[in-house]
Design a protein around this ligand. Sequence first.
Ligand code: SF4
Length: 361
Amino acid sequence: MIGKPLSLYFHIPFCTKKCPYCNFYVLPNKPIFQEKLIDGLRQEWKQLTPLIEKGTLVSLYFGGGTPSLFDLKYLQEILSWIPSQEIEITLEANPEDLSLEKAKALRAAGINRLSLGVQSLDDELLKKIGRNHSASQAINRCEKAGFENLSIDLMYDLPGQTLSTWEKTIQTAVKLPITHVSLYNLTIEPHTSFYRSQKAIESQMPGDETSLQMYIRAQEMLQSHGLTQYEISAFGTPSLHNSGYWSGRNFLGLGPSAFSFWEGTRKRNICHLNRYQKMVASGLRPIDFTETLPPLAQEREKLAINLRLLKGVSDLPIDRECLKIIDSLIADGFLKKNAGSISLTQKGILFYDTVASEIIL
Ligand code: SF4
């Protein structure tokens, strides 16, 4: 019997230093931590095997942290657990870590998609946000190493960034051998170094109007270079893995702080490597958060997340209240109707938060 589509996520939390805007669970890159992690992942894999065997694996994603720092032999070991490598296998990487040899070794290990945390192609800005790399060369090396599926993350709303420096970054990016771009705007999250100097940072950030212009210019420039927008923040060849998040596919997350979503229930693993390892070693599931929304709230949340995909949603809810909200979002120009399906208009894309907050209970 063929099971439901399933994705797997492995959280590899190591970074060489913490970026000032980052609020992910990250640890210094030490061999002892790497050993603990692989030990924990081995145990957690055993725990999850019965569930994994129920599904049909469609994608695997190494996220972090900086998974390119994880010892190659550990990545190879994880890949040896996977029943089929004919799936999308993505690894997030820091361009600074990728020599040609390293990129070739990752490709040979079975990784077939790289997601590079480029952020900006402006050296001055990179210094301001605590990053230091020459991404263009790294991307060219990855192509040389045989990667045909290369994604980059770009950030706007950065302190000191202007519309013109942002346009230059995109102009440089589109000349590179990339197939996908994810856009992020800088948000200042609690427990980050930027949060502690929020006032000074905010005074250097571009402001709402420029921020909107930056997003619109990115849409125009990326699409005019063949990177078609398929989701609010994603352009190019769709990521099979991320598309699963937006369409409600089951996924299982392994490693400290990893999230899972299984048949409507969301879970998060404990954000502490030692405790994570101890729990899985003693046969416990390492979970510290579980949430199952009531059916109506689930349906609403699914609709709001599905709408992020610009192809729209045809599987409309039957909840009358929600249908009324959809009608008023159509009347206000946030949504449009197309032969039985609904999708975001450009206004809906730009003000997606408004759309989501109307729909979600
Ligand atoms: S590289 Fe990524 S995960 Fe690591 S500290 Fe920077 S933003 Fe956070």
